[in-house]
Design a protein around this ligand. Sequence first.
Ligand SMILES: [Zn+2]
Length: 59
Amino acid sequence: MPIDPVCWMHVDRNSEIRTEYSGQTYYFCSLRCKQEFEKNLKNYLGVKSPMKMPENGTG
Ligand SMILES: [Zn+2]
């Protein structure tokens, strides 16, 4: 199952929200993530594993 490279959600392979880059297809949960991806391509390309989300301990 494809993973949204921006927010790391699992995305349906039939999702229409996707983009192709360098022969690779990337799927997104929303247009917002797609736009974010295209805006910050360099941040997302070559990333193989999810970045650790900082646990927010305040509160
Ligand atoms: Zn997303």
